[in-house]
Design a protein around this ligand. Structure first.
Ligand code: BYC
Length: 325
């Protein structure tokens, strides 16, 4: 409807202001912006950056856990892990589709990932050294993802918000399966308990960093909040995560690896110690423990899949030609 309105004001010297005003009024009324609607170019670019990075994270995120599919400790654990990793592939596909509605083809987004221009979540540049890491990822990483992503179901861009609804439901299953693995190990033999604690020790700080830099250093917080692409700041979401996970770790009988962690009675929140932000920036600049390995795995998968894409395109071409005939 708004597209028609903007068409009707062509030639009006105030058209740009009117379009911007109408766009902002829609945001204020919480009316979703859809792909044919007029939007500021910077809004489109910010969305494309965030959604494509989110899609890349889902796809790269299959690698650390995929590493354990052949070594899961039982048939049931293997079936659950397979389903979870396949869900992540699905999330990537919904998100690439949502990003494509902004006018950029998927191939371009993938090329940006492979060239190192586009980012993906820092968390997936850490190795999965033991089976307990699969539990820690589900519990902490999917747990963090839910906290970050539930607000996105209410973001201003319709295709992104809708994609996120199903993703959040699936993430909730992922989080529960991770917690279940941690619960089993934490209540198992002393060796299993130690394995769960070791996984928590290694994944805790990277999970805390997943929410992005502190608000004081966030480049996009302010504008993305104004555009309702983000509904909470990085630090607000990080705080929700800490408040949720600390009591869960107590239930598991595991210790958060932070000597400065404390409950603040006045604020009714947990306070954490100093985050190593140098490590975070090193990882997002490409110098984490597994950055090169992860990117190479994606490039190899893309190259090895060329024949599948060619075959699918050829089938589509033949099918279309037959339909026309
Ligand atoms: N990792 O201004 P800021 C999953 C970058 S997958 C890497 O605060 P923004 C799962 C940021 O891009 C879930 N880079 O940025 C899958 C920016 O750099 P550029 C992934 C990060 O965008 C498989 C710069 O730092 N979730 O759950 O306003 C298995 C300044 O930051 C990170 C999403 O993608 C990071 N952690 O806020 C299991 C959620 N943090 O782009 C699980 C959607 C920041 O200017 N994304 N940077 O070069 C978001 O909510 C936001 O993009 C962020 C960052 C909160 C992550």
């Amino acid at each position: 409807m708004y597209t028609q309105m903007s068409d009707g004001i062509d030639g009006n010297p105030n058209a740009a202001d009117e379009r911007e005003g109408a766009f902002n009024a829609r945001l204020d009324r919480a009316v979703k912006i859809e792909s044919p609607d007029w939007m500021p170019e910077a809004y489109r670019k910010t969305l494309l950056r965030q959604i494509s990075q989110h899609a890349h994270s889902e796809i790269v995120g299959m690698l650390p856990e995929g590493n354990w599919i052949t070594r899961a400790p039982s048939l049931q654990r293997k079936a659950i892990l397979l389903a979870k990793v396949q869900d992540e592939a699905g999330h990537g596909l919904y998100l690439y589709s949502a990003a494509e509605t902004l006018g950029t083809p998927r191939d371009e987004m993938v090329a940006a990932l492979h060239s190192g221009k586009a980012k993906y979540s820092s968390i997936f540049n850490y190795p999965t050294l033991a089976w307990a890491d699969v539990g820690a990822i589900g519990w902490l990483v999917d747990g963090a993802a839910i906290i970050n992503q539930i607000p996105i179901t209410r973001c201003s861009y319709g295709p992104y918000a809708r994609a996120m609804v199903r993703i959040c439901k699936e993430e909730s299953f992922h989080q529960r399966q991770g917690f279940d693995i941690m619960w089993t190990l934490a209540h198992g033999t002393p060796e299993q308990h130690a394995m769960a604690q070791d996984a928590l020790d290694r994944w805790w700080w990277p999970a805390v960093m997943m929410f992005g830099p502190p608000d004081s250093e966030s480049v996009h917080n302010e504008q993305s909040l104004r555009w309702k692409i983000k509904l909470f700041t990085n630090d607000e979401l990080r705080q929700k995560f800490v408040d949720q996970v600390v009591p869960q770790s107590e239930r598991l009988g595991l210790k958060i690896p932070d000597p400065d962690l404390r409950w603040n009675e006045a604020t009714q929140h947990y306070e954490i110690g100093q985050v190593d932000w140098d490590e975070f920036y090193r990882v997002i600049r490409g110098d984490g423990p597994c950055n090169r390995e992860r990117l190479q795995a994606r490039i190899d998968a893309w190259d090895e899949g060329t024949w599948v894409r060619d075959a699918a395109a050829e089938y589509a071409r033949k099918h279309a030609a037959r339909s026309v005939a």
